[in-house]
Design a protein around this ligand. Structure first.
Ligand code: 13P
Length: 241
């Protein structure tokens, strides 16, 4: 399966900084060993669209509403992502779930809507530290996948990003053994749901010095990178493992 290296820029980089990043990144992007996907913040999407036009580098939004338009002040439209030439929308990131109260039911609507536009949802799942320590990791992931994919079309692409909440932005990366075990579980759950060809990315404190060990684990088809994707050097090092 082709690997995917995705960058979640969260609420970082202005349009100017986005253009400057891509001017440098395009010089080294040929080193990547898989597909490259960037998720800039919403107001920098047009800068990404212009900078990446004519390249094979993909991009998308970090969130969208489950409808194309309407009286939804402050929301993002996947229709706009499509019109600007984007390919993906990140759905259900743990920060969306925790900070903005997104439920699995809302996430399922978004996944289906993104697919209906011909875009690819990248659905994020992951357990909290409490859930891992309470031995509920499998149950949490099974529930998130079962509910999040409830309205998804199996004939259209979807990508899963497994991001243990306790490893996001903490510098505490999951060990290769934990990643191997959990990705094997996620693959099993997806297979039972009829999504066995779905790529599974790992996210959570991925850095140049741990990427090589993680990519070798079973059912790890790439990464979703936060902090280390903000610099050209560290992200291309990760994407060339
Ligand atoms: P970090 O790589 O900064 O831990 O962030 C991971 C993440 O949340 C990507 O979506």
């Amino acid at each position: 399966m082709k690997k995917i290296f995705a960058a979640n820029w969260k609420l970082f980089k202005t349009p100017k900084e986005t253009r400057e990043f891509f001017t440098q990144f395009k010089e080294v992007s040929h080193k990547a060993t898989g597909e490259l996907v960037f998720f800039p913040s919403a107001i920098s999407l047009e800068a990404a669209s212009t900078s990446l036009a004519g390249t094979s580098i993909k991009w998308g939004a970090q969130n969208c509403h489950s409808q194309a338009q309407g009286a939804f002040t402050g929301e993002n439209s996947a229709q706009v992502v499509k019109e600007l030439g984007g390919s993906y929308v990140l759905i259900g990131h743990s920060e969306r779930r925790k900070v903005f109260g997104e439920t699995d039911a809302v996430i399922a609507e978004k996944v289906a809507f993104v697919q209906s536009l011909g875009l690819i949802p990248m659905l994020c799942i992951g357990e909290t530290l409490e859930e891992r320590e309470g031995l509920h990791t499998f149950r949490t992931l099974e529930t998130q996948l079962h509910l999040g994919l409830a309205k998804a079309d199996k004939s259209k692409p979807v990508v899963i990003a497994y991001e243990p909440v306790w490893a996001i932005g903490t510098g505490k990366v999951a060990t290769p053994e934990q990643v191997a075990e959990t990705h094997t579980d996620v693959f099993g759950i997806l297979k039972a749901l009829g999504f066995e060809t779905t790529p599974i990315l790992y996210g959570g404190s991925v850095k140049p010095d741990n990427a090589a060990g993680l990519i070798q684990q079973p059912h790890v088809n790439g990464f979703l990178v936060g902090g280390a994707s903000l610099e050209v050097k560290s992200f291309i090092e990760i994407a060339s493992v």
